[in-house]
Design a protein around this ligand. Sequence first.
Ligand code: NIG
Length: 401
Amino acid sequence: MSSLLIDNIAELTTNDPELGPGVGGRVHDAAVVVEADRIAWVGPASKAPQADTRYDAGGRALLPGWVDSHTHMVFAGDRGAEFEARMAGTAYAAGGINVTVAATREASDESLYQNLVRLTNEARRDGTTTIETKTGYGLTTEDEVRSARIAARVVDAVTFLGAHVVPNGTSPDAYLDLVTGPMLDAVAPHVSAVDVFCEQGAFDEAASRRVLETARSRGLATRVHGNQLGHGPGVQLAVKYGSLSVDHLGFLSPADIAALAESPTVATVLPACDLSTRMPFAPARDLLDAGATLAIASNCNPGTSFTNSMAFCVATAVLQMRLTVEEAVRAATLGGATALGMHRDGWVDPRGNAQPRVGMVAPGARADLHLIDAPSASHLAYRPGMRLTRAVWIAGREFGQ
Ligand code: NIG
C-alpha cells in the first residue's frame, strides 16, 4: 500500500476536537499521511512519519473536502429567462419545476449523464469530494428510475424526490398513490433516501406524512424540503419522522428551532438558493446558538440555485448569515456528512462499496482533502468570489491528475 505525506501545511482544519481546538479542530504547521484511500496520520509536521512520496503544501491551508448534501443535478434545459424575470420582480413559485420536468423527459440518457458529469466535475474541481443528488425532474416511474440510475453512476448518494411537484396534467390523489406505491417500488433499489417537497404548491402536510410514513415503513431514510416559501409543517414532520435532514429553512418559528436543537435531524441551509430567490436567509446563527446540527449545501439546480460552488455558499454563510469561518466550513464538510449519514464508517456508496467516514481529516477517515491557495481557511470569506482551490484529493487520489 503506497503512502503520501502532505506537509508544510500552515493551517489544517480537521473538525476533530481531539486533534485541535475550536469547532474546526485546527492544527498549525501540520502534516497528514494518506495510505491508499484513507487518512493514516495527522499531527504537527515536526512529528510526521516518513512516507513513500511527499507533497509540499507550500504554507497553504488544508481542509476536508466539501460535502454537498443537497443538489438536483439530473436535469436538462435552461431557466435563465425565469431567473431574469425573477430579478425583474416576479416571485419564485414551485411551478417552474415542471418546465425542467418537460425538458428532462425529452432528453436522452446520454445527455442527462453528460450534463451530470459536467456539473460534478465543476464541483470536484472546486473542492467538493462527496456529492448527493436527487431525482425529481422525471416524475414518471420510467423517468424517475432512469434519473436514479444515471445519478448512481456519478455521485456518492442518490435521493428519490418523486414528491417534488404534481406533474402537469396529473390528479394530485393519483400522483400521490403512484409516488408512494409503484414508483417507490421501482426506484427504491437505486436510492438511499426519500425526500418530499413539503410546501404550498407542492405537497401539503397530509401528503408529506404519507410519503414519509411509506418510506419509513420500507426502511428508507428520509429528508424533507421544508419552510422554503413560507412557514409550514416541514420541520416538525422531519423531526417527528426522524429524517436525516430538513433543508431550506427560510421561515422558522421559535418552536421549529427548539425542535431541531433537540433532535438529531440536521438543519441544512442553502445560502445560494436564498440569494438567488431573494428570500430571507435561513437563521443559521440562531440554529447553531440553539444547539442544532447545521449543514450548508449548494442546492445546485436550474431553478433556484444554479451554482455548485460550496466556497461561494460558505462565504455567503459567513458574510450574510453571521457564521464564523470555522462554523461555516464545519457545516459544509462534517455537517453535510452528518446530513447524509456518512460521518460514520461503513456507509455504502451507490456502486455497493462500503466507505470510511467523510467530513473530517482524522485517522481512519476517507482521504478527501482540499488545499487552498491561502494560509488560512478565513480567506474563503475574506476573499469572496475568488477561486482559491489549489488541489483536491478524493479517496486518496488527486482529482484531475
Ligand atoms: O430546492 N424546492 C424544491 N426544489 C428545488 C427547486 C427546483 C426548481 O425550481 O427547479 C429547490 O429549490
